[in-house]
Design a binder for this molecule. Structure first.
Ligand code: SF4
Length: 192
């Protein structure tokens, strides 16, 4: 935060895919400061189990209400589609590319349909995500749907997220989202 707003982005409409409330905090506040008119987008069929999906979704409802953030909620829970998509590619990083593609494809499509100027994702704030893969996949999807991907390295805000999560009274999860990541987090191993 505290940066000069990029003039070219001032007032432009950004559809921001949001993976969870804590990652949304700094990302939304920063992107607004940078001049974007931000709308959040929820589509995370990777989150397992359903009770965790709902907990994270409700957490984001709370943040959005407090922050006055407009949201577009993709209805449903497409967990079977996610599991089918990663079959044979369950290794860490490999499955993540599939996971990014699923979530960002839906976001890019929604951004194009809604006439947004660009799309982005809060996944860019996490040092645990493969930022290069996110950028490459998103650029490809942006070209397909005719809406640009806004890339910015948001990781410098990651250290602020625990404080902001506390401020907004948000639950902070202990694993990325899928069943594989829960196993890896609990056992300190990597599937691969
Ligand atoms: S570790 Fe995270 S990014 Fe990778 S597949 Fe699982 S939920 Fe998706």
């Amino acid at each position: 935060m505290g940066e000069m707003a990029p003039q070219t982005d001032a007032g432009k409409r950004l559809l921001l895919h949001i993976c969870c409330g804590p990652c949304a905090t700094w990302s939304v506040l920063h992107l607004r400061e940078a001049g974007w008119d931000v709308t959040g987008y929820w589509y995370n069929p990777n989150i397992h189990p359903f009770s965790e999906h709902e907990r994270r979704r409700e957490n984001l409802v709370s943040f959005a209400e407090q922050a006055g953030l407009s949201m577009v909620w993709d209805p449903g829970y497409e967990m079977p589609a996610f599991l089918r998509a990663v079959v044979g590619q369950e290794a860490f990083r490999e499955r993540c590319k599939v996971c990014y593609w699923m979530r960002l494809e839906r976001t890019a499509r929604a951004a194009a349909a809604g006439g947004y100027d660009a799309f982005c994702t809060t996944l860019l704030i996490s040092p645990y995500q493969d930022q290069a893969a996110i950028r490459r996949i998103s650029d490809e999807l942006g070209a397909v749907y005719g809406v640009p991907f806004y890339f910015e390295n948001l990781r410098r805000g990651y250290a602020e997220t625990p404080r902001l999560a506390k401020q907004f009274e948000l639950y902070r999860q202990r694993y990325c989202g899928c069943m594989y990541s829960e196993y890896e987090a609990l056992t300190h191993t990597t599937i691969g």
